[in-house]
Write a protein of this length. Structure first.
Length: 337
């Protein structure tokens, strides 16, 4: 099965079909340290305390001290997302249904899961404590652990199906169990991003305008009426509101009730992929076409810069205050404005 990397679905300059196919055929092995790895595709930056890590192409894992350093990886799969629960405990996920784990702040990593036969990538990972976490991805891929990742159990959240698809599956289950299981694994939309809100609810977004909330750590979900039916790639939680970032420059903001969403007009139609809270009254967003955009609490919008020939996916801030952007040209320091 062929995939595009969903958080970069609009990146015309990349062919993740080729990447995914090549990586699926590669034997798992410790990836070599590459002198130019920091200049290759990087898809996420995660920070907790003074620890900052990044992940990307060919299983590349990075750790920031005074500069970015590549560390040995137990995988060569394209890594799409990382999270740090504490400055020491972290996880990374990606293609071939890969889940990696660190217990020393990204200095070393072990593989907890790798299932290329699933033929779906993980696109996000979230841990509630040192034991309990979830990983989500393409076509409703959803796994949960209760023991820190030693074991992962799959879940199917058919409550997120459209009513007609649910009716189709109910009918199919009574007629052909094997076909039912096969169809069930492809009807759900892609789950792109999940975050925990200040009130402990979970908010998840994905393809086809999917927005859903959970009040029980993702055991059950309720769809949210959302004003856009296109792809939603990321969520940014700030004091001034909850932002949802999407395809073709679509940006929405909620005061926190998740029932009312306000569209914010941007000076660019580039797809938005990531962002960071800079202060109580400003967030900075990054996206395709090298766009870097500031949005203030009163919805004022400023195009900070546009880096030609570059697609940006993530942004993070190191302990000295330097902002780092990640994307098709690797990890680059962004001059503050």
């Amino acid at each position: 099965m062929w995939f595009s990397m969903l958080r970069l679905v609009a990146l015309s300059s990349l062919c993740f079909v080729t990447l995914a196919g090549a990586q699926a055929a590669t034997e798992v092995a410790s990836s070599d340290i590459q002198p130019l790895a920091t200049q290759s595709l990087v898809l996420d930056i995660a920070k907790q305390g003074e620890t900052m890590i990044a992940v990307g192409d060919r299983g590349h894992l990075f750790r920031f001290t005074d500069s970015w350093q590549q560390v040995i990886s137990p995988s060569r799969a394209l890594l799409t997302k990382a999270t740090l629960l504490t400055p020491e405990l972290g996880w990374a996920v990606g293609h071939d249904a890969t889940i990696l784990h660190t217990q020393d702040g990204g200095k070393s990593w072990v593989a907890q899961m790798r299932s290329p036969e699933i033929e779906k990538p993980f696109l996000d990972v979230l841990f509630f404590d040192a034991n309990h976490g979830i990983a989500i991805g393409a076509y409703g891929l959803f796994y949960r652990t209760q023991d820190g990742g030693k074991q992962w159990q799959q879940e199917f959240h058919t409550e997120l199906l459209y009513e007609e698809d649910q009716a189709y599956l109910d009918e199919l289950k009574a007629e052909d169990e094997s076909l039912y299981l096969k169809e069930r694994s492809t009807l759900l939309p892609h789950f792109n991003r999940v975050v925990r809100l200040a009130d402990d609810r979970l908010l998840m977004v994905g393809e086809l305008g999917l927005a859903a909330e959970s009040q029980d750590n993702g055991l059950s979900w309720q769809r949210i009426e959302f004003p856009y039916e296109g792809s939603l790639f990321n969520i940014l939680v700030a004091k001034q509101g909850i932002y949802v970032l999407g395809l073709r420059g679509h940006l929405f903001k909620s005061a926190g009730d998740l029932e009312q969403w306000q569209a914010i007009e941007l000076p660019s139609k580039s797809t938005l992929n990531g962002g960071i809270v800079l202060s109580d009254d400003k967030v900075r967003l990054v996206g395709n076409g090298g766009v870097v955009i500031d949005v203030t609490a009163d919805d004022g919008v400023t195009m900070v810069t546009q880096r030609q020939g570059e697609n940006l996916v993530a942004i993070g801030q190191d302990k000295s205050g330097t902002l780092w952007i990640a994307g098709t040209k690797g990890l680059v320091a962004l001059q503050q404005k």
